[in-house]
Structures are given as structure tokens and as C-alpha cells.
Design a protein around this ligand. Structure first.
Ligand code: UDP
Ligand code: MG
Length: 318
């Protein structure tokens, strides 16, 4: 019998866990011929999330959990989950029921047909403001243009991954992770299914615009060096014009002399060049920061306990 692992990163999700468990098990009991493992990653929650998971585990042997030593963020929670997965396939599911578990049977069906990565694409996004929808759309547009890999728009992490994809993802150990890009980057047979994304069942989203902006910069800088290229191009164009202008000024001064004037033009040129220099420095700094972080080669996470056992973490960074 094949095993399918449902991987659920959870950070302060106490309010929804029971509801999630009920809805998930209702779906799972209708699927026969598969064994299921429900793997929670407790990402340093400060509420009762861990206790609830432990209680659920006592009732239901299919549940296992990883408890992080602190909050590491969803991207890290996902790779940790993948490290511990036992199944032949894994389904990554948000704890807040924004990803309907009802899609699981369809995902498994396509998996049986031979697809390796069946991802759920949002037809609609309810409970999100116009502004968030617009920013998300623009971001994807830019990312697709600059990072030469096809990144699936309006797709979250909700997907079924075959063991092969899991093994591939486990090889990508960078610490600043943009998992959504990695799903595309590893390739394999992809299949899209559509769904309507609900608003979260309870609790609040952990995202804010600062974090989203962070993720956007992460996405771009981890998949393309195009911004560096851009600063080279911008720099060459600007310095070309600067040289022409310089030649013109020298020529003009030699022929006609110079009465003191030209404060506005001086100021404009200075500010413009200064701006471009700062921008380019910022871009270089962004990449340098990534290099710095990756060269430290730290383990991606530390596990406090796994299924009730204290972890020594000697095997972290698998
Ligand atoms: N999450 C996590 N660690 C974090 C933040 C979020 O494991 O630091 C989990 C969270 O519990 C949920 C999923 O990631 O299962 C998505 O989080 P959220 O609903 O806040 O994001 P949104 O749906 O608004 O993008
Ligand atoms: Mg959510």
C-alpha cells in the first residue's frame, strides 16, 4: 500500500486545528487503498498549537509532528517537513483551511496517472483586498519576465509532490528559500488543477506588506541576477550620456568661455548620478547579503522534538 503524507506547517493555528482535522479526516476516510501520514510542523507557535497536535496524535496514530526550537518561517517549515516525510508522495497543506482538503482525491488521481507535481491554482482569492491582488499580479509579471523559469501564477504551496520531487527539493539547501520558485526549477511532470481559495477559517494571516515585499525581493534575487545586469545597462547608458555632455561642456568652454552659471544643471546631474549609484549599490548589496548568508552554511532549522522524542539534531541538515 502506498503512503501519502499530508504536510501541514502550523504557526499559532490553535483556533483552526480541530476544524482542520475534522475536515481533513472526513476527506481521507473516503479514499481507500492508501495509507496516510499527517505530519504537522509546529513552527514555534506561542499558543496551544502543540498541545492540540499532541492530543490529536493520541487519538489518531496517523499523526506525527515536528516541533521547532523556535519560529523559522513557513519556507523552512516546509523543507523540514520534506526531510521527515515517510510517504511516497506528499501534499503540502496550509493549516488555516485556505487550501481545501477536498482537492486531495483529485490530486491523488492525477498522481496515479503519472504526474509528479499536481499544483492547485487559485481561480479566485476571496478575503483579500484589491491592492493585495494587484500587487501579487504585478510581482508575478515581473518575476516571470526576469527569472527565465516559468513560475506558476496564483499558485501557492498547496500541491502533491511525488517522492522524486521531494528528493530533488531536499537537495536544494539554501537558507534563504523561495520554495515556490524551486517547485518550478526542479521541473518534472506538472499538472494544474483549479480551485476557489477561501478566506482563512479563523485567526489572522501572518503576512503583512513588509513580509510580502521581503518575499518578493527573495524571489527575484534567488532566481535571477537580472537586477545586476540592469544596473550595468543603466550605468553604461548614463555614463555614455555623461561623457557626451562632458565633451560638450569642455568644447563650449574652450570656445566661448564660461560665466558662472549652471547651478541647476549641475544639481540635476549630480542628483541623478547619485541616485543611480545608490540604486546599483543597493542591488549589489542585496546579492552580497545572500552570498554572506549562504557561506555561513548553517543548518536550516533545529528540531526540539519529533513525535514526543527530544531531538539531538546531530542529523539536521540532512
Ligand atoms: N506559517 C508557518 N510559519 C510562519 C508563518 C506561517 O508555518 O512563520 C504557516 C501557517 O500556520 C499556515 C501557512 O504557513 O499554515 C500559511 O500562513 P498564512 O495563512 O499566515 O499565510 P497566507 O495564507 O496569508 O499567505
Ligand atoms: Mg492563509
Amino acid at each position: 500500500m502506498k503512503t501519502v503524507t499530508i504536510l501541514i506547517p502550523a504557526y499559532n493555528e490553535a483556533e483552526v486545528l480541530h476544524q482542520l482535522y475534522n475536515r481533513l479526516t472526513f476527506v481521507l476516510q473516503k479514499i481507500s487503498f492508501y495509507q496516510f501520514e499527517i505530519l504537522f510542523v509546529n513552527d514555534g507557535s506561542k499558543d496551544a498549537t502543540l498541545e492540540i497536535i499532541k492530543n490529536l496524535r493520541e487519538m489518531d496514530g496517523r499523526i506525527s509532528y515536528i516541533d521547532f526550537s523556535r519560529n523559522f518561517g513557513k519556507e523552512i517549515a516546509m523543507i523540514a517537513g520534506l526531510d521527515y516525510v515517510k510517504g511516497d508522495a506528499v501534499i503540502i497543506l496550509d493549516a488555516d483551511l485556505q487550501d481545501p482538503p477536498e482537492l486531495i482525491p483529485e490530486m491523488i488521481r492525477y498522481w496515479e496517472e503519472g504526474y509528479d507535481d499536481i499544483y492547485a491554482k487559485r481561480r479566485t482569492r476571496s478575503g483579500e483586498t484589491m491592492f493585495k491582488k494587484w500587487t501579487a499580479k504585478t510581482f508575478y509579471k515581473i518575476l516571470k519576465k526576469v527569472a527565465r523559469i516559468p513560475i506558476q501564477e496564483n499558485t501557492g504551496d498547496f500541491r502533491l509532490l511525488d517522492k522524486r520531487c521531494v528528493e530533488a527539493l531536499k537537495k536544494l539547501r539554501e537558507s534563504q528559500r523561495y520554495t515556490k520558485g524551486m517547485f518550478s526549477w526542479i521541473g518534472y511532470n506538472k499538472k494544474e488543477i483549479l480551485f476557489d481559495r477561501d478566506s482563512r477559517a479563523a485567526g489572522v494571516s501572518k503576512w503583512n506588506y513588509l513580509k510580502l515585499m521581503d518575499l518578493a525581493i527573495e524571489g527575484i534575487t534567488s532566481f535571477t541576477t537580472a537586477p545586476l545586469r540592469l544596473s550595468v545597462i543603466l550605468g553604461s547608458i548614463v555614463s555614455m550620456w555623461a561623457f557626451i555632455y562632458m565633451a560638450w561642456i569642455i568644447f563650449k568652454t574652450l570656445l566661448f568661455g564660461e560665466s558662472i552659471a549652471g547651478y541647476p544643471s549641475l544639481m540635476t546631474v549630480m542628483l541623478f548620478l547619485g541616485g543611480i549609484q545608490l540604486l546599483s549599490l543597493g542591488i549589489i548589496g542585496e546579492y552580497l547579503g545572500r552570498v554572506f548568508n549562504e557561506t555561513k552554511r548553517r543548518p536550516l532549522y533545529f528540531v526540539d522534538e519529533y513525535n514526543g522524542q527530544k531531538e539531538s539534531n546531530s542529523s539536521t541538515n540532512k
